[in-house]
Design a protein around this ligand. Structure first.
Ligand code: ZN
Ligand code: ZN
Length: 348
């Protein structure tokens, strides 16, 4: 009997020892795993980002690849419109218009074309600006979770470029480039001059479009009209030009107006969302939000376009100009053309 009790006690002790050892092993494994995965920046956003990482990867790579196709599309469509204007419309203008109107169309058309080509070329080839590699030089206000590097004010990480971009506005697939501190003006000027060019083509080609459209409608009458191949090609080209130009004028015009409103407020597209949230948060506390990068509507435009003296409106806005924007994009001091002194606020 004693021997049986002794055996039972020994078995229970062994079982406890095994459970204890298993518990120790579990705690040790847990500690090892947490030590390996520990990151002071880890929160629910990081976990969600990690789960969605394959989808982001796919979208980023597709967008990067499509960027090249989109740039080719912009160049191809613009070239087709220019070719139609030179081959179909210009001979007609030279034959039928008065000398004053001929001069106007030649001068305005070529000026607009030069402005479009210059700003598009500069927008796709100019780097938007990135924080320097030497991290000690930076007075960063936050840390980029992707680059694990200081992020200056107004800088955001672009997942398509896989880099931090100074004063990032957005990643534009039509430029296959990020829009940031150094090419924001080129991007906006391209949108503006392209819209102006499309409106100009739509207005000046309206009469020709009406005639060409009416002629195309007669193609299927009986007996069919006797249009030559050149005449049919002319009709179709004019309709193509008008439909494409008026559609782009509407779509790009709306985008240009949206960006113009943002520039007037001294915000980028990303800051628009950040500032709106901040405005709502402060409103609940009975406080008023003020954008630290806004110097007032007129001064915001002067800073954006780099207009320091009145003659710059001609040399830097109405003519192609490769001048650099104010500042380095790393810190945001008051630009020299802004006279009104403002108390610096904490950057967001
Ligand atoms: Zn980054
Ligand atoms: Zn980008």
């Amino acid at each position: 009997m004693r021997l049986l009790l002794k055996c039972l006690r020994l078995g229970r002790r062994r079982r406890f020892k095994l459970v204890w050892q298993a518990e120790q092993l579990w705690h040790y494994g847990h500690l090892c795993l947490r030590s390996l995965l520990y990151n002071s920046f880890t929160n629910s956003d990081v976990v969600l980002d990690s789960l969605f990482e394959p989808i982001y990867w796919l979208v980023d790579h597709v967008t990067r690849w499509f960027g090249v196709v989109f740039v080719a599309l912009v160049i191809g469509l613009t070239s087709s419109i220019v070719a139609i204007v030179y081959i179909c419309l210009l001979p007609l203008i030279l034959q039928t218009y008065t000398p004053a109107w001929i001069c106007w169309h030649l001068a305005y058309g070529h000026w607009n074309l030069i402005m479009i080509v210059f700003h598009y070329y500069k927008a796709i080839t100019t780097s938007p600006g990135h924080p320097p590699q030497a991290k000690n030089d930076l007075t960063g206000v936050s840390i980029c979770r992707k680059c694990i590097a200081p992020k200056p004010a107004r800088t955001h990480h672009c997942s398509i470029c896989n880099r931090c971009v100074l004063k990032m506005d957005h990643h534009c697939p039509w430029l296959n480039n990020c829009v940031g501190h150094y090419n924001h003006r080129y991007f906006f000027s391209f949108c503006l001059f392209m819209t102006m060019g499309c409106i100009y083509c739509s207005i000046s080609g309206w009469e020709m479009f009406r005639d060409a459209y009416a002629a195309i409608e007669t193609y299927y009458q009986t007996p069919p009209p006797t249009f030559s191949f050149h005449q049919r090609a002319f009709h179709k080209s004019v309709v193509y030009l008008w439909v494409l130009c008026s559609s782009v004028a509407l779509a790009l015009g709306a985008l240009t107006l949206w960006h113009a409103a943002l520039i007037t407020r001294g915000e980028t597209s990303i800051e628009r969302h950040i500032n709106r949230k901040e405005r709502q948060r402060l409103q609940k506390k009975g406080k008023v939000f003020r954008n630290p990068y806004s110097y007032g509507g007129w001064d915001n435009w002067k800073v954006f376009l780099g207009v320091d003296v009145p003659r710059h409106w001609l040399t830097r806005v109405l003519l192609p100009s490769p001048h650099l924007p104010h500042g380095t994009g790393l810190s945001w001091d008051l630009p020299p053309c802004v006279t009104q002194q403002r108390t610096p606020l904490l950057a967001i």
